[in-house]
Design a protein around this ligand. Structure first.
Ligand SMILES: C[S@@+](CC[C@H](N)C(=O)[O-])C[C@H]1O[C@@H](n2cnc3c(N)ncnc32)[C@H](O)[C@@H]1O
Length: 351
């Protein structure tokens, strides 16, 4: 286990496993799409030095502030952007930051957001029902809870919280609104479904559902993952840590699909899709935290890490046999930046 100083109170999850999965190397270029407290970013910068560069993105301006302070030692190697990772591609175009050696998504919330700081993410602290990652977003959890029709509310709680009592909860909410605070909502859910449900608090699933709906988490994740695959250079790594089954399903499906050749429906006599693999799965099974890590950091207990590596397909900048031969040579010399490799090759051919 790699040791790390915790300037912020967020402890990075699966840290050594993330570094290994990203295959961090000196001089590499990395994107941390979920900068949070900057814990993963600091370790990536440590291991990519000398010459490493990191683009850090977070939708939450407070996270950027905290990470900026934590990463000031690396100020010449970082670029921190307060934006949503759904805009990953345009951010990279704006800052001319591609292709890259690795992209990390460590999804969900940081401890900075969860710990009673008035953001409304947790039912353990009283706060207004907000739950937005960014103050620039228009819709808050209170807007959804207090204005959505009952059927829509039940749908959100069912789909994004996988809550079997979604209808009962939605009906209680509608009868008792307006609901202003986290504790008010948590109490109401307890009344609706009872206070004991195994180990988890009865409000856990509804809070997860509202947070996902407020931040469009699932749609944005899928869009950003697709963009990430495009931004990876040859042998670049995509690493995603997810914390619940809805996120993990999206990551798993996307990686598996991108790792397959033909994706024609079963029974199609011959391939009509022309799909080519763009990824190779690094770990077929998810990587989970050890018992020791869970003991030290209980918030890591639901983490699942998946990683994949970019492979070259026709239609990338290498599409001839000659190109493939060039890639083999370049690979044997450890060159991993396709655009640069292509430029060198063109210069070599023109000479
Ligand atoms: C689990 S924390 C990351 C912690 C970080 N890896 C560390 O070591 O400190 C997740 C972060 O991702 C951010 N985030 C979640 N969804 C986002 C999105 N769609 N766009 C940008 N940032 C997002 C959250 O604001 C939060 O700060």
């Amino acid at each position: 286990m790699i040791s790390h100083r915790s300037v912020s109170s967020h402890t990075p999850v699966l840290l050594s496993e993330t570094l290994r999965a990203l295959a961090v190397q000196p001089g590499g270029r990395y994107i941390d799409c979920t900068l949070g407290g900057g814990g993963h970013a600091a370790t990536i910068l440590d291991h990519s030095s000398p010459g490493g560069q990191l683009l850090g993105i977070d939708a939450d301006p407070k996270a950027i502030e905290v990470a900026q302070e934590r990463l000031q030692h690396y100020k010449n190697s970082i670029l921190l952007v307060n934006d949503n990772f759904v805009n990953l591609q345009s951010i990279c175009i704006k800052y001319d930051f591609s292709p890259v050696h690795g992209i990390l998504f460590d999804l969900g919330l940081s401890s900075l957001q969860l710990n009673g700081n008035g953001r409304g993410f947790s039912f353990q602290y009283d706060a207004p029902l907000d739950m937005r990652f960014s103050p620039h977003q228009k819709v808050t959890a209170a807007d959804i809870v207090n204005t959505a029709p009952e059927a829509k509310l039940a749908h959100i709680i069912r789909e994004y919280g996988e809550e079997i009592y979604s209808h009962r909860i939605a009906s209680h909410i509608v009868k008792q609104r307006p609901i202003k605070s986290t504790l008010e909502l948590a109490r109401l859910i307890e009344q609706a479904v009872g206070s004991r449900r195994g180990k988890i608090h009865p409000a856990t699933k509804t809070f997860q559902a509202l947070r996902i709906a407020v931040n469009h988490e699932l749609e944005y994740l899928e869009t950003a993952l697709r963009q990430a695959v495009d931004l990876l250079g040859f042998e670049g790594r995509l690493v995603v840590i997810s914390y619940h089954s809805l996120e993990d399903r999206i990551v798993k499906r996307l990686m598996q699909r991108e790792a397959r050749g033909c994706i024609c429906p079963p029974g199609t006599p011959s391939c009509v899709c022309g799909h080519l693999p763009r990824l190779r799965l690094i770990n077929k099974k998810v990587i989970k935290p050890s018992a020791m890590e869970i003991d030290l950091n209980p918030r890591s207990r639901s983490a699942k890490l998946r990683a994949a590596e970019r492979v070259i397909t026709q239609g990338d900048c290498y599409d001839t046999t000659e190109d493939q031969a060039f890639i083999t040579i370049a690979k044997s010399r450890g060159w991993r930046r396709p655009a640069l490799m292509k430029k060198i090759r063109m210069a070599f051919l023109a000479a």
